[in-house]
Design a protein around this ligand. Structure first.
Ligand code: TYD
Ligand code: MG
Length: 454
């Protein structure tokens, strides 16, 4: 019998060691090394054939973009860069319960006329049937297989020859060549490599689902991200209905695109005009609300910022933020205390981005500061006003990127006035919206509560 070799593999980053180590020297995680058995027959078990490829001149290679397979969801197609490229391996990552399986099943059901094979290692076929009944999609005839053995999956898929293969999930697949348990680094890496080879050699696009761990990386190995062609992340807050599909890596398109969905009783619905959904229309005369014109990648949308500043009943005031970095909130509060002489040391501050979405665009600083000022003063900001600007440590308002798009989006939604940095100056004769340039938080303070129509 062939001698078996054991190695210790970090389940977080995929680093290998011949001995067990408590703390991974590469990624710094504790207790992540697990013993894995590598088949020692000297042969590569990756499943690659010995086929020799010819050398070809670059000019002889033709591109046929029209062959991209549409998912029939505009939001998904856009994130993919215009549909799935034949022979590509796409990974959809996300926390458990966020809606990955629902998304994959909806794509499968909507692709009328496309022969889709859905491999489920997690749910029984009855569960899938129940889910598909709930989705009420137009019925595409899709085919299901309950299987977790990688070898059998590949064998069956080859015979069946679908136009799209969906694997739910990569963590449940295991190769019989490896003794380690499903979901371990060697198994996940092996499955991904074999699926990639399968996709490339048959030109069948493969969509695999992968769980991410609590730190937010695709579970176990970073190595997985290197193997696949496209990494999409499906994210959102479980308490809210909005979900964002984002490209973290895309060999066939831009990583600046994002798709927005709403989880409903009957599955995911595309949100084609996010600003309308993320801004509450009925808040006139409420203090603590300000609208930010933000951009994620290249997509502009408006988001509502809500804050509540109230007297603190305990010694240490509470600072809580949802959807925004709490350290950045502390910094903005310090700036307000020092540069606008606001006494916040005995106040609790709660900040919330409506819809449960996360934004890390520095341009929302100005709206955050304004909503805090508004709640502090208990004076509403005019409903027709929005903001885009970064706040610096000395209270200066800094310029932000892609200002034209932000202004356009605000204009499109009927806003009358927009606050921005003086360094973002635009030719205001071209815009219908009134641009209000501010230099410092002090200046913002003095202009903020004036009527938008003045
Ligand atoms: P699921 O796709 O199973 O998540 P994942 O595959 O990422 O683990 O989605 C599960 C959640 O979505 C579950 O909490 C219920 C909810 N859901 C709806 O709200 N509406 C629906 O129509 C469906 C199918 C699921
Ligand atoms: Mg699932």
């Amino acid at each position: 019998m062939a001698k078996k070799k054991t190695v210790y593999v970090c389940q977080n980053c995929g680093a290998e060691s011949s001995k067990w180590i408590g703390r991974c020297p590469y990624c710094g995680e504790w207790n992540t090394y697990v013993e894995e058995i590598i088949p020692g027959n000297g042969k590569s078990s990756s499943g690659f054939s010995d086929k020799v490829n010819d050398i070809q001149p670059l000019s002889s290679i033709t591109l046929n973009d029209e062959n991209r397979l549409s998912t029939h969801y505009k939001e998904v197609d856009r994130v993919l860069g215009g549909g799935m490229v034949p022979g590509s391996l796409v990974l959809v990552g996300g926390e458990p319960g966020i809606g990955k399986s629902t998304l994959a099943l909806q794509v499968a059901l909507k692709s009328k006329g496309t022969k889709v094979l859905y491999i489920s290692g997690e749910e029984s076929l009855k569960q899938l049937k129940l889910r598909s009944d709930r989705l009420k999609e137009e019925d595409n005839e899709i085919y299901l297989l309950n299987e977790t053995s990688l070898e059998r999956v590949l064998e069956q898929t080859k015979k069946f020859s679908p136009a799209l293969l969906i694997v739910d999930s990569i963590q449940t697949l295991f190769s019989e060549n490896f003794d380690s348990s499903p979901g371990s680094v060697s198994q996940v890496r092996q499955s991904a490599t074999r699926l990639l080879y399968f996709a490339k050699s048959t030109s069948i696009p493969v969509l695999v689902i992968g769980h991410i761990n609590k730190e937010g990386s695709i579970a176990g190995p970073k190595v997985l991200e290197h193997i696949v062609d496209v990494v999409l992340q499906f994210e959102g807050d479980h308490n809210y209905v909005y979900r964002v599909l984002r490209a973290l890596k895309n060999r066939f398109g831009s990583t600046n695109e994002l798709g927005i969905f709403e989880m409903s009783q009957s599955g995911l619905k595309e949100v084609l005009n996010p600003s309308k959904h993320l801004v509450n229309q009925y808040h006139d005369n409420l203090s603590g609300i300000a609208i930010a014109s933000t951009i994620d990648g290249i997509r502009p949308f408006l988001v509502e910022i809500q804050s509540l500043v109230s007297p603190s009943s305990y010694g240490t005031p509470q600072r809580t933020s949802t959807g925004f970095d709490s350290r950045r909130l502390s910094m903005l509060l310090a700036v307000l205390e020092k540069r606008a002489s606001l006494n916040l040391f005995n106040k609790d501050v709660f900040l919330n981005l409506a819809g449960g979405i996360k934004v890390d665009d520095p341009a929302i600083d100005l709206a955050i500061v304004s909503s805090i000022l508004s709640s502090f003063m208990d004076k509403p900001v005019s409903m027709k006003t929005c903001f885009a600007g970064e706040v610096g440590l000395s209270g200066e308002i800094r310029a932000v990127t892609q200002i034209e798009k932000r202004v356009q989006e605000a204009e499109k939604l009927g806003y009358k006035r927009m606050f921005l940095s003086e360094y973002n100056s635009l030719h205001s004769e071209k815009t219908k919206i009134r641009l209000e340039y501010v230099n410092t938080v002090g200046e913002l303070f003095s202009k903020l509560f004036k009527n938008a129509d003045e």
